[in-house]
Design a protein around this ligand. Sequence first.
Ligand SMILES: [Zn+2]
Length: 245
Amino acid sequence: MSAGEPGELGEGVLALAALDEALDRLAHELAGLPARRALEALDAELEACRRRQAGLAAERDRLAGEQAALEAQVEAARLRRDQLEARARSGQIRAARDLAAIDEEMQQLARHVAGLEDQELALMEALEPLEAELAGLAAELADLEERRAGRAAELAAAEREVEAQQAALLPEREARARALPDEVLARYEAIRRRVGGPGAARLVGGRCEGCHLTLPAMEVDRLRRAPGGTLGTCEQCGRILVPVH
Ligand SMILES: [Zn+2]
């Protein structure tokens, strides 16, 4: 083997590094799929819409509760008025003073009912725009949910596509890893975990392609003269360094 040839071990490590680079790229692509961002934006919009809907519905329910309470009061007042009217018409009450008292109470009741009905009217006027806004929100939510379903399907398809590419690379990655001596693989994997990327890089000219730094000339010379079975290390980034032309 002549100086400058990576050798079988170096070739194997670089092949593994190339596969890891491709896998990392795919993982990055998977995490950053545009459909995912679009989906997240729709989810945020949906959440804001649902929160607004819940707030309005609570206010609507509160007003509707007040309305029901007013109606119950009106109903009770009418019932009392009917009783008084029946008594007045029964002919059993003859004293003018008693009839006047009944008449007075009926007038009070009529004023009371009129007041309650005014309050009811004000409530209905407050409820009307709330109901309209809630109806608008329901339509908006339906539209958002439909768009979300479309985006989710789009994302799932894009994910399947990238995942298929990942799955296609994994057997080769496994075979490449298995082909390396245990201690080399352990060293490679430890570096990979530490740098968060391929654990080996090519030394091209005097430059490590992992960290893109130029090594001292003496170090480059030493790495290039090393026997084929040994693997160098980049002093800057710690990656296994394989000299190539
Ligand atoms: Zn480096």
